[in-house]
Design a protein around this ligand. Structure first.
Ligand SMILES: *Cc1c(COP(=O)(O)O)cnc(C)c1O
Length: 423
């Protein structure tokens, strides 16, 4: 069907259909999780008595904005949390995580990351790398890190000692831009239990980016005290135009609110302008949109492994985030892949991505992003640094058919660039 609208080599179309046939079991599992989470979401909308009046925006201080309060209630319920803070005022996931860390930690406290080096944008926040002002380090907050084992799994045995005396135990669920496995919610539960056993006072904070609604449970349902994420990823459903969220223990959410706004006002302020409807609608769509992104990732893994590339994770792996890495092996291959993804974008399909010097990166980066929302990575997007192993990280796809088309176009682009030879 894709070939009715795009010129794709017939041999590639056939390989695509073969790859897809092998994905049935995974797709069935994805559909079951999506149904569970969509019903969990619907239940939360009903229980919180969501009403059209909640979509009306407020201005100025935003006192008494019922929509804002009800939306917090809906998110708290789906996360299995006591309270939540979901706001368009968070400028990104990094901002939401920063708010939580500064909200909870005080000078002299120590945070320990139990999943190795955190995501790039968090490093200047913590003060692991220089690059900004007002890092946690500048405020006298110590940082320690427990590396993952060589096979990329958590160092369970090292946890009790690592968290002794720590205020915050921090975990990153997703692989981010590494080739390690993402953590499952079950693993997060095991880590949280080990942390609490060794140090009952420790606060377990999970960077939940890219993980929301991939499994039936969320980290807050297995012992995490706070989860945090971005609304231009899974929980925004492709509809939220910006924002982030924090959910978890009520006393901690209050600390975060006092940091987002100001001590003394906390959650009581923050006008919603006209964004509440987008946030409600996006959250409502999030479980099924996440399923489309997952199918796109699984299909990409199946097709590209058939084409002879190394893929992480494998098509039949148990997934706990929406990220798919494909090792292209050459600079030309990485460029052709991203350019092919761009050709299948609903927005800006006519532009050709080129590698560029992105601030904060030590090598050039190429990105395919033809999205309705700038930078949205729940929409089909691909990027990779121009260095060994020349891997592309592919994520998103707000509809499965367009995600499938994007993946086939990436392969077609490799074929046309002479980087791929069939049979
Ligand atoms: C996307 C992401 C973040 C936050 O990134 P923003 O671009 O600031 O939204 C943090 N951690 C991980 C693992 C991520 O994938």
């Amino acid at each position: 069907m894709v070939e009715s609208f795009f010129s794709i080599d017939p041999a590639l179309v056939r390989l695509g259909e073969e790859a897809l046939a092998g994905c049935r079991e995974q797709f069935d599992r994805i559909d079951r999780v999506a149904e569970y989470n969509a019903c969990k979401m619907l239940r939360a909308f009903i229980d919180n008595r969501v009403s059209e009046s909640h979509f009306a925006g407020t201005t100025g201080y935003g006192y008494g904005d019922r929509g804002r309060e009800v939306l917090d209630g809906v998110l708290a319920q789906v996360m299995g949390a006591e309270d939540a803070l979901i706001r368009h005022n968070f400028v990104s996931g990094t901002h939401a995580i920063t708010t939580a860390l500064f909200g909870v930690l005080r000078p002299g406290d120590r945070m320990v990351c139990l999943t190795g080096l955190p995501y790039d944008t968090l490093q200047p926040v913590i003060g692991i790398v220089e690059g900004g002002h007002g890092s946690l380090k500048e405020f006298g907050i110590q940082y320690e890190q427990l590396d993952l084992l060589p096979d990329g799994t958590p160092d369970y045995q090292g946890i009790p000692q690592a968290v002794a005396g720590a205020k915050v135990a921090y975990l990153q669920r997703s692989r981010g831009y590494s080739l390690r496995e993402s953590l499952s919610v079950e693993q997060i539960g095991r880590i949280a239990a080990l942390v609490k056993q060794a140090n009952p006072q420790a606060i377990v904070i999970v960077d939940n980016c890219y993980g929301e609604f991939v499994e039936e449970q969320e980290p807050t349902q297995v012992g995490a005290d706070l989860v945090i994420g971005s609304l231009i990823k899974n929980p925004g459903g492709g509809i939220a135009r910006t924002g982030g969220y924090i959910a978890g223990r009520a006393d901690l959410v209050e600390l975060c609110a006092c940091r987002l706004t100001a001590p003394g006002v906390g959650k009581e302020v923050g006008c919603t302008l006209g964004e509440s409807r987008n946030l409600f609608l996006g959250l409502f769509h999030a479980p099924t949109v996440t399923a489309c992104a997952l199918k796109t990732a699984v299909f990409a893994a199946a097709l590209f492994s058939r084409l002879g590339y190394e893929v992480y994770p494998a098509a039949d792996a148990h997934r706990t985030d929406i990220i798919q890495a494909v090792k292209l092996g050459t600079p030309q291959g990485l460029c052709a892949f991203c350019q092919g993804v761009q050709k299948g974008a609903p927005v800006d399909a006519f532009v050709t991505p080129e590698p560029w010097d992105m601030p904060g990166y030590d090598s050039q980066v190429i990105m395919a992003a033809g999205a309705f929302t700038m930078g949205a990575s729940i929409e089909l997007s691909a990027d990779g640094p121009m260095r060994e192993p020349y891997a592309a990280w592919l994520q998103g796809g707000i509809t499965w058919p367009s995600g499938k088309a994007g993946v086939l176009l990436a392969a077609q682009s490799l074929l046309e660039a002479g980087e791929l030879h069939l049979g």
